[in-house]
Design a protein around this ligand. Structure first.
Ligand SMILES: Nc1nc2c(ncn2[C@@H]2O[C@H](COP(=O)(O)OP(=O)(O)OP(=O)(O)O)[C@@H](O)[C@H]2O)c(=O)[nH]1
Length: 468
């Protein structure tokens, strides 16, 4: 039997985010490889975008490739690969060792890095080329976040990814406001690598927590997205305008203000979005429930007359061929009069259950009157409609209803059938089915009658009159 809940929205943005994880991983892997190729072929611009600016260190390029590889395999069908991706683990170890190196000025992982000679020469020439604290910390947090995402600790994964996101954003702000302290030894390429990797990891948790709330197709999601975009653009552009308009405010103060404001706004939006989505979810559930209740008949739990009108009206407006069966319990008044209204109710429920059992998922059974039911059969042949009507008639006769059939004998129904190729209005189609039902009653009840047969018979009668 057809379901009758209101339409659910598709979570397109969540699907899109989840589908983007592997392509983003692939891009990160290829860009990391391209940087290393720059070292191999001596093409500086592939790892040092600005001539006298910082370079992307070979370890950074390697870590980006590891993270990219991890993102590509994170959708692997093998659970172990998915949960504890060896690439993320390796990236975590590399960045952890690098943090120790930076903190204690010792050489651990750098000894094994590729293109060591190129880096040493560049450092001797006074150029900047290092995996600094900010880069190592960014990838360390990103790898940790990816591992949390793998074991479905999504809130923690999102928290760590959002902290990691600060590093490339701070670097970008530094490049925009010309604040070297803000990007330090992080090159524009490294900041871009970080951004791609962190967004990819965040996307892998799109089905959970704050991100799911922010990507929701409902109003709460739209508001959260709008707030995040405006909350980022506004402080950035205001800070930029102020820094160019006035010389009294130091660029550093402005940049700190911009970063803190936009980060705080996005954080607040994320938390608010979680609660909004929860409330919205509850509201949607209640609305669906209300809509279901409004379309159901209280006694039999079948769709009611209103739902029947909506359903068949839709078929007619879509020009869908269908059969309409009107089913009426014979001498039902006698049930009420003899055994009482309660037994009458139970008889109605038993017949309703039997009808629902006989119909497929794309067909509709509804209670359209006191002891009258309707069945709508879309895309149905005459043979199948007739066969179903006969099956219903026989199965009602076979029903055992303790308070009625045992003391008083079998229950029967009469059925009127009409075909509608989608060209008959509902009132006309209903009138014809009702006429066929009336003919079945008149013919002795416990039988089916097809509207088309009635029309052929009446045409035959008119023909005989005319020839007489
Ligand atoms: N128990 C019960 N009876 C109902 C309900 N709705 C309508 N009825 C009864 O259904 C009966 C319908 O009787 P009629 O329209 O005379 O038809 P009938 O006795 O089935 O006779 P035919 O249709 O000619 O075979 C009336 O007695 C109504 O009171 C309901 O929800 N519960």
């Amino acid at each position: 039997m057809i379901s009758h809940s209101i339409e659910r929205k598709q979570w397109h943005l969540v699907d899109f985010a989840l589908r983007s994880v592997r392509p983003l991983g692939f891009i990160a892997f290829m860009l990391g490889a391209l940087s290393l190729l720059g070292y191999a072929l001596g093409i500086d611009v592939l790892y040092r975008p600005v001539d006298d600016g910082p370079a992307t260190h070979p370890l950074t390029a390697l870590t980006t490739m590891l993270m990219g590889c991890g993102m590509v395999t994170s959708a692997s069908p093998l659970p172990l690969l998915r949960r504890l991706s060896p690439c993320f683990l390796l990236a975590l170890v590399v960045t952890c060792l690098r943090l120790f190196e930076v903190a204690y000025d010792i050489s651990l992982v750098s000894r094994f890095m590729p293109f060591r000679q190129v880096v040493v020469e560049e450092l001797q020439q006074g150029k900047s080329n290092s995996m600094g604290f900010n880069t190592a910390a960014m990838f360390f947090l990103a790898a940790l976040s990816a591992l949390f995402a793998g074991v479905r600790w999504s809130n923690l994964a999102q928290l760590f990814a959002s902290i990691a996101l600060c590093f490339p954003l701070v670097a970008f702000v530094g490049y925009i406001y010309g604040q070297r302290d803000f990007y330090g030894q992080m090159s524009l390429i490294t900041a871009t690598f970080g951004l791609i990797v962190i967004i990819g990891i965040l996307f892998s948790t799109a089905n959970y927590g704050a991100l799911r709330a922010m990507l929701s197709p409902y109003l709460s999601g739209t508001i959260a997205r709008l707030q995040s975009i405006l909350g980022t653009i506004f402080p950035y552009s205001l800070g930029f305008a102020l820094s160019t308009a006035t010389a009294t405010l130091s660029g550093k103060v402005l940049a700190v203000y911009v970063i803190l404001t936009s980060w705080f706004i996005v954080l607040m939006v994320g938390v608010a979005a979680i609660y909004q989505e929860q409330i919205d979810q509850q509201r949607r559930r209640l609305t669906r429930r209300l809509s279901d209740v409004a379309a159901l008949d209280e006694l039999t739990d079948l769709p009611n007359r209103r739902k029947f009108h909506d359903f068949i009206g839709q078929k007619i407006s879509d020009n869908v061929q269908h059969w309409l069966l009107l089913i009426d319990i014979d001498h039902f008044k006698r049930v009420n009069d003899t055994a009482g209204h309660d037994v009458g109710d139970r008889v109605l429920q038993a017949v309703a259950t039997e009808l629902a059992r006989r119909c497929a998922s794309d067909e509709l059974v509804a209670r359209v009157g006191g002891e009258e039911f309707a069945v709508v059969l879309p895309h149905c042949s005459q043979g199948r409609a007739w066969q179903l009507a006969e099956t219903i008639r026989e199965s009602v006769m076979a029903l055992t209803i303790p308070e009625w059939t045992q003391p008083h004998g079998i229950l029967t129904v009469s059925i009127g059938l009409v075909n509608n190729n989608g060209d008959l209005e509902l009132t006309e189609s209903y009138r014809k089915a009702d006429k066929a039902l009336y003919a079945a009653k008149r013919g002795g009840r416990n039988r089916c009658c097809m509207s088309e047969e009635l029309e052929t018979a009446s045409q035959r009668a008119v023909g005989q009159e005319v020839s007489a």
